[in-house]
Design a protein around this ligand. Structure first.
Ligand code: ADP
Length: 525
């Protein structure tokens, strides 16, 4: 008995201090009992609620409506409602978010509703935090997915580039080996016929052709590296595009004839001036023409047109050749983009020609595009350049003096073969020539031989060409020698270095003989 009373007292205490608000009400809402947890949460005394207020008075207007339309009918039908989220009003009208469970029970003779009211302020904060963490996690996952996608894209791109570079190296090796074989054969023939001298002119033709081919390959490679590093410099001057196109066609006529193509040319009957580097522009036109010839089956049609607009001039090279698939049109001007690797076809090529074309055209402020109706349907390459505005035309270019004078020339190069052969060629032209292979030797010979012209390589084993030039300029006897630098580099910075060291001119190796002669002739006037 005593134990039972204790339990009852504990029951009371549990009811009063339960960790949630508890409330007993009649079915009309009249409050019959509240525990102190709820009184504290709402800041009411028990006697202000019990028998005085109805549960509805503790709910916000929206809550009351919800209670009336949802909770009331549910309690009537199933005797309970669970996990209803509402807001209850405290004494000062402050709203507290709560989670409510209600059961309808018959106690003794009366039917009552028993409410448990759990304050959810913490839970809301917690939920908010949870939501914000979830959003953060989602954002991080999305960012990771994007990064992974990007990585995959970069990887794919890298492997394409990697493959292209591999193909390029294989092509390069192949292309470089091609001219080497005939060169070696000619050497063999010359050696075998050393005593008789038979076969020499024939051999010279081959050597010349193959050397030109090798030089061309190396120059293309150097140009491409200049373009990709933004180091290509144009020597622009007014030039006649019609004349330039015609000259390029004349140069390639043998190739056209060999392939039995029919070439038609439709150009204005007068000069069309553009502000361009004529050497580079010739390279562009020749490249487009060579491709048209190469990528057209024997006996095809090639048409070249030049048409002048108001501010632009358009050169179109049209061929009836193998055409370009639509999928390749977008990347045809990219480096190493060959539809068929050169190793698998007869025409050869490094796959850098069109990349060079685009680079050079863009440096001129122009555009280039490729069109083709598809494989086997021929191609059109259209080059657009800004016309030179009248008023900026340069004066006529002075013709080179024809007079040829015998000169004393000192050739300095540590490449013995290069130095000796150049000296031989100059001697054939009638000049008096000496050779030095080292810087200090060059200085000694210069003082003793008193050349009028010195052709100086820059990279020498003891003191470099710049230093040789400086010492010559410092000497009384060296003030008037014409110093020409011959280097493998043609950047403005190299030319500047040469000028600072005292050089008069700068030639790029392999030395173009016509340029050297022009320099010497100019000096003779
Ligand atoms: P290369 O001719 O050395 O391969 P290019 O850069 O000049 O390099 O050309 C790249 C590729 O574009 C060629 O390999 C060829 O597949 C394609 N191409 C160029 N010109 C033509 C053309 N006139 N007709 C069809 N395909 C062409």
């Amino acid at each position: 008995m005593t134990g039972g009373a204790e339990v009852n007292r504990s029951d009371m205490s549990f009811f009063e201090h339960a960790p949630c608000g508890l409330l007993v009400a009649r079915t009309d809402g009249t409050i019959l009992r509240v525990n102190s947890t709820l009184c504290q949460a709402l800041d009411f005394r028990e006697d202000e609620l019990v028998g005085v207020k109805r549960v509805q008075n503790l709910l916000s207007v929206g809550g009351r409506l919800f209670f009336q339309t949802h909770c009331g009918p549910l309690l009537g039908m199933q005797g309970s409602v669970a996990e209803v989220q509402l807001e209850v009003l405290g004494r000062d009208g402050k709203r507290t978010p709560v989670l409510i469970n209600i059961v309808r029970k018959k106690i003794d003779t009366e039917v009552v509703d028993i409410w448990s009211i759990v304050v959810t302020i913490e839970r809301r904060a917690y939920e908010k935090e949870l939501l914000s963490e979830r959003m953060k996690a989602e954002a991080a996952a999305e960012a990771r997915m994007n990064a992974e996608e990007k990585l995959q894209e970069v990887n794919a791109q890298l492997s394409v580039e990697h493959r292209r570079k591999d193909e390029f190296l294989a092509t390069l090796a192949h292309e470089l080996r091609n001219p080497l074989a005939p060169l070696r054969n000619v050497l063999e023939v010359i050696r075998l016929n050393a005593s008789t001298g038979a076969g020499a002119p024939w051999g010279i033709d081959i050597i010349e052709r193959q050397t030109r081919q090798l030089t061309h390959l190396v120059e293309d490679l150097m140009d491409v590296s200049r373009i990709t590093q933004g180091r290509m410099q144009l020597r622009r001057a007014p030039c006649d595009l019609v004349g330039l196109v015609k000259a390029a066609i004349v140069d390639l006529q043998p190739m056209v004839e060999e392939a039995c193509h029919t070439l038609t040319v439709d150009v204005p009957g007068r000069a069309v001036q553009v502000d361009a580097d004529d050497v580079r522009l010739t390279q562009v036109v020749s490249n487009l023409l060579t491709n048209a010839i190469k990528y057209t089956e024997r006996g095809g049609q090639i048409a070249v047109t030049v048409s002048e607009g108001a501010a632009e001039v358009i050169v179109a090279v049209n061929d009836s050749g193998i055409g370009i698939p639509p999928s390749a049109l977008g990347s045809i001007f990219d480096m190493f983009s060959q539809q068929t690797p050169a190793l698998e076809r007869a025409q050869g090529g490094l796959g850098i020609g069109l990349a060079l074309v685009r680079g050079i055209v863009e440096l001129h402020g122009g555009r280039i595009r490729a069109d083709s109706a598809g494989v086997g349907q021929g191609s059109v390459f259209t080059l657009t350049l800004p016309l030179l505005q009248t008023g900026t035309l340069a004066g006529p270019i002075a013709p080179l003096p024809q007079k040829s004078v015998v000169r004393r020339i000192l050739v300095v190069d540590d490449n013995v073969d290069a130095a000796d052969t150049l000296a031989m060629a100059l001697e054939i032209l009638g000049h008096t020539v000496r050779v030095a292979y080292r810087g200090k030797d060059a200085l000694a010979q210069a003082e003793e031989f008193a050349p009028t012209i010195m052709l100086l390589d820059i990279g020498l084993p003891d003191i470099d060409g710049y230093e040789v030039a400086r010492r010559i300029r410092d000497a009384e006897w060296g003030k008037h020698i014409k110093l020409i630098a011959a280097t493998g580099w043609s950047q403005q910075s190299d030319q500047l270095l040469a000028t600072e060291a005292g050089f008069d001119s700068h030639l790029v190796k392999p030395i173009e003989f016509s340029r050297l002669r022009a320099l010497m002739e100019a000096d003779a006037s």
